[in-house]
Write a protein that binds this ligand. Structure first.
Ligand code: ZN
Length: 437
């Protein structure tokens, strides 16, 4: 496949695809570019996305523009386009990466000393690092696990890769942003240290897991797959309405790995193996496929035949660990968990508002008129989080697993209390006080 560029135009970009998968095409570009693929991929003039349209998704009150439902997919541009258009117009805000007060920097370093603590407050860490929690945390973890030395990584390339990853998350998304990715990466680190797993994971497994956690929602548009399908978004077409977002996150991650050249010193075979295994981990985060993964994991636990010296079994466990890390919000302390619940609901309701605005069917959990944060959380915990963490605790019967299940129970009681009104709120407070911090 080609890298396309023509002289005389201000643009940068790259197109890559995996020859074994004709449907998977990864495109990244800055500026004004026109693209057509051989796989029937519709022509897109990415650079023509008006900046004002993009803002509709994030600030509906700021701009009122009439757009037909058919054109909604055009609004879901890439994060990079928004940034680049600002840059070329000279209105970019300066990068905050190196502007950090010594005091804050010192406090962030202190926090990193307890990066394996389940009470790690990623929101505070993000403020202390001036919005650079993902880069700072991931770089620290690469160092902590000895991956830089072991794989002879170029630290400049590693930092560049992590900056690209962080930038490709949409900071305007209330939930699916780089702070969520940093939170998942921190949780993954905690799971990798679990005694049951720590004995067997190789440096390769650790690096793969950290990269998968950091990139697992890359370039998330802040709307779900059904929304992309019903608005005929080109990503839904490209990935044939199957794990649309997860495929995009994976392909975006592969694109950034190649662009940064992080593994350019490694043999081609290793790079291909990393890309494929990254896909296996990220695709496992498709929540609509949870039952498939859970059934497989449960069957192994029932038979007691998980052998972690076996790379295949180990990778199944890493898939389950990433799935846990991705939906571990209800297993954090109430203070952290509540913030995540509010953020994810805000994102759902925002999608619902957009659907109403363009006369589309409002997706489940997205209608602010008929849904409540407590109802959504209780359903989420009951049907998705509890079954997953119950099996995880069977696999890793540790102090951390008991802590997570404890928080999960108390948080569920907390939401039930809020659901019942003032009297229930008192009950919930008492239950939390009784349970301690
Ligand atoms: Zn996620």
């Amino acid at each position: 496949m080609a890298k396309k560029a023509s002289a005389g135009q201000l643009r940068r970009g790259a197109i890559s695809y995996d020859s074994s998968d004709q449907t998977a095409l990864y495109i990244r570009m800055l500026g004004d570019v026109r693209v057509r693929s051989r796989a029937g991929f519709e022509t897109e003039r990415r650079g023509s996305h008006p900046y004002i349209d993009f803002r509709i998704f994030h600030s509906p009150s700021e701009v009122e523009v009439s757009v037909s439902a058919r054109n909604i997919r055009r609004l879901l541009s890439f994060q990079r386009y928004l940034r680049s258009s600002r840059f070329f117009r000279g209105t970019t805000t300066s990068s905050s990466l190196n502007i950090l007060d010594d005091d804050y920097s010192g406090q962030a370093k202190c926090m990193l000393e307890k990066v394996g603590n389940w009470n790690f407050d990623i929101f505070l860490f993000d403020r202390l690092t001036n919005g650079n929690s993902l880069v700072t945390l991931a770089f620290h973890l690469f160092n902590l696990h000895g991956l830089i030395d072991y794989f002879n990584l170029d630290t400049m390339k590693l930092r560049r890769f992590l900056v690209l990853v962080q930038e490709d998350y949409h900071s305007q998304n209330p939930y699916h942003n780089a702070v969520h990715a940093a939170d998942v990466t921190q949780a993954m680190h905690c799971y990798l240290r679990e005694p049951k797993l720590a004995k067997f994971v190789t440096p390769w497994d650790i690096m793969l897991s950290l990269i998968a956690a950091a990139t697992h929602d890359l370039d998330h548009p802040g709307v779900n797959q059904p929304f992309l399908i019903k608005t005929n978004h080109y990503l839904a077409t490209l990935y044939k309405n199957t794990s649309v977002l997860e495929n995009h996150h994976w392909r975006s991650a592969v694109g950034l790995l190649r662009e940064s050249g992080l593994f350019s010193h490694m043999p081609l075979e290793s790079r291909q193996q990393m890309e494929a295994q990254l896909g296996a981990l990220i695709l496992a985060t498709d929540i609509s496929r949870q039952n498939d993964y859970l059934a497989l994991f449960r069957a192994h636990l029932d038979r007691g035949d998980l052998c972690l010296e076996n790379a295949g079994h180990r990778h199944l466990v890493l898939q389950m660990a990433l799935k846990c890390a991705d939906i571990c919000n209800p297993c954090r302390t109430w203070e952290l968990s509540k913030q995540w619940s509010e953020k994810v609901t805000e994102e759902f309701f925002h999608q619902g508002d957009t659907e109403k605005k363009y006369c589309l069917t409002v997706s489940p959990f997205c209608d602010r008129q008929s849904e409540s944060i407590a109802n959504i959380q209780i359903g989420f915990m009951t049907y998705l989080v509890e079954p997953l963490f119950t099996e995880w605790a069977r696999f890793s019967d540790s102090k951390l697993s008991q802590t997570m299940l404890g928080h999960l129970g108390r948080n569920k009681a907390g939401w039930k209390g809020l659901q019942r009104g003032p009297a229930g709120r008192e009950d919930a407070r008492a239950a939390r006080a009784e349970a301690g911090p």
